[in-house]
Design a protein around this ligand. Sequence first.
Ligand code: 4GX
Length: 278
Amino acid sequence: MQIEVVTLFPEMVRGALAHGVVGRAIERGLARVGTEDVRAHTSDPHRTVDDRPYGGGPGMVLKPEPLLAAIRAAHARLPAGSPRICLSAQGEVFDQASAHELAGLPGLLLVAGRYEGIDERAIELGMDRELSIGDYVLSGGEIPALAVIDAVVRLLPGVLGDERSSIEESFAEGLLDWPHYTRPEVFEGRAVPQVLLSGNHAAVRRWRLGQSVARTWSRRPDLLALHGLAAEASGLLNEYLAARAGGGRKVEGESHEQDRSGNREEPHDPRGSGFQAG
Ligand code: 4GX
């Protein structure tokens, strides 16, 4: 896959891509990432890329001419069928399903803006879609572009080896991860769960799935509503909920204290609407 990033900070983008899984994928030729510097498309002595907003107010706006010129130069290097994507808080929220979708394309053009915004005409003329990496405000689109590149590149064929099959294609897809342990067997008085030392692979698999389901139910019930549960996971959730109702003990992830909304009430049971087992 070929990716181009239009940015005012090409060094920032290139630097971040030199490490880890993505860095290795690029070295091995599984992905290619180029950058296009917006400032290279200015012609005035000050190399101006921003200007004051019409209508007044604080902050600056990215000028349309150099941005569109940079987008066109970078797009010309990409295979046909490569969408031009602007990273912005106004975009559709990028998730794992979007990552899979983008990983199936021949190329991507990512536009990382700066300032209070981009002139709307450059968005209309130069972008095919807008993606947001989440509901918070950043100072530029480079980190969102890097997040998209990381999530997409690790899905490309050959990029991940063993690590892949465990999460991406596994029984726990769409759920939060289960807890992980490595040596030593006891650390600061805390022992590794016995089942993981048992050598019983079926029991380990069930324990992990049960942990994933219980954590997802207590921390991110929205994900259960979104994906639903396969039959085995649904059975394990019922066991967990029954054990919880019966014993009244506090088990990991059992209370909803970690509910990210800050809501201290019992979360809505996602099986109530739209949720389907099977
Ligand atoms: N997920 N930002 C982009 C500049 C900007 C403003 C308007 C285009 C239109 C963000 C996010 C994000 C801050 C990146 C503003 N560019 N991007 N930047 N959250 O907050 O993607």
